[in-house]
Design a protein around this ligand. Structure first.
Ligand code: SAH
Length: 331
């Protein structure tokens, strides 16, 4: 799915070809050039030989069929995972990986345990979306949202992530609206600052998970380099520039960050008009457990009482290890 390869092959073709091919790849969602019957046979053969559209992958379905995990084999033998979540309201969200593994090693996250292997290329990010777009097309459905919440830290692979979004956003191509994309970051300030200056209406989410430096540094080592208040300052600058709301993800981890006092501290930080807190029940891995339903309810009530915008996220795909933070591939 390397578009630069396709552009190279089309270099000596008439100029309408590129538009035609973009339509075949991103709208008709062909997975083999043999299906591109509007193209001359010789060109089809050349494209098949040089720029294969095949995505080497395997899919796993959750019992309720609402979550599908794809394991994708990359050209160099490394593997990544991406997840499709089918919501009741007909939204189809795909959760993509931005890196193979992750360097941040947050204590509660399985991807961190596999270490960092390499950044993904823009086309490898796009391929994850194409794979599920093709699948959904066969069911007469389409992708409505793309979230960078799979493996890796998107802002440590900034250029390729933004390039992939631009490819998917291209009106002549996949044409997914900018507002349909969300980037989730553990708080890489340089990335937040750069995004503020892009003229792209995409959504920003911050993985907060703790209301003070002491606890945050304990569970997310990256907080030592990019401390909480500095992250929030860059978010405020981002909001000033973009006028867009920002989502703060707060994992509810049993006995770690879920006490009343945490909620009270969090409320003091989060009471701002364009801040939205999303409480997420933790998908159990290793030593950590999720907070109970009652605990999450109480935590939420404290935030609400203090006037914080707060919601809760439904967790998908635990039975196929496809939930956030469970994406980790054995090498
Ligand atoms: N590195 C980025 C994006 C990938 S992780 C980030 O940190 O935001 C996507 C989200 O999943 C993050 O909020 C991360 O903290 C969360 N997560 C990690 N492990 C999890 C788990 N076991 N259960 C639920 N969410 C988890």
């Amino acid at each position: 799915m390397e578009f630069s390869c396709i552009e190279k092959v089309l270099k000596n073709e008439p100029s309408f070809r590129l538009k035609q091919v973009k339509r075949l790849v991103f709208f008709d969602l062909i997975d083999n050039w043999d299906k591109a019957t509007t193209l001359p046979l010789s060109l089809r053969d050349k494209l098949n030989k040089e720029c294969s559209l095949e995505i080497d992958s395997k899919m796993f379905f959750s019992k309720d069929k609402k979550t599908i995990k794809a394991l994708i084999n990359l050209k160099d033998g490394l593997k990544i995972e991406s997840v499709l979540m089918k919501h009741i309201d007909k939204r189809n969200t795909i959760c993509v990986s931005s890196q193979v593994g992750c360097a941040l090693d947050c204590v509660f996250c399985l991807t961190g345990k596999m270490g960092f292997k390499r950044d993904l290329e823009a086309h490898e990010i796009v391929s994850q979306v194409m794979l599920f777009a093709r699948y959904l097309k066969s069911k007469k459905q389409r992708i409505t949202n793309v979230v960078f919440m799979g493996m890796g830290e998107p802002f440590l692979n900034y250029d390729n992530v933004i390039e992939s979004i631009k490819i998917l956003n291209d009106k002549q191509g996949f044409n997914l609206g900018a507002r349909s994309f969300s980037i989730s970051t553990a708080g890489i300030i340089d990335g937040i600052n750069r995004l503020a200056d892009e003229k792209l209406q995409i959504n920003l989410a911050i993985s907060l998970h703790a209301p003070d430096n002491k606890l945050r540094s304990k569970i997310m080592a990256i907080n030592k380099r990019y401390p909480l208040l500095k992250v929030l300052k860059s978010v405020d600058d981002y909001i000033l520039k973009t006028k867009r709301k920002v989502m703060f993800e707060y994992l509810m981890i049993h006995n770690v960050n879920d006490k009343d006092e945490h909620a009270e501290k969090l409320a003091r930080l989060m009471k701002k008009p364009l801040y939205f807190v999303n409480l997420i029940s933790y998908n159990p891995t290793g030593d950590f457990k999720s907070s109970s339903k009652q605990r999450i309810k109480k935590f939420r009530e404290i935030l609400e009482e203090k006037g914080v915008n707060v919601g809760q996220r439904y967790s998908f795909g635990q039975d196929i290890k496809a939930a956030c933070g469970q994406l980790a591939v054995k090498m």
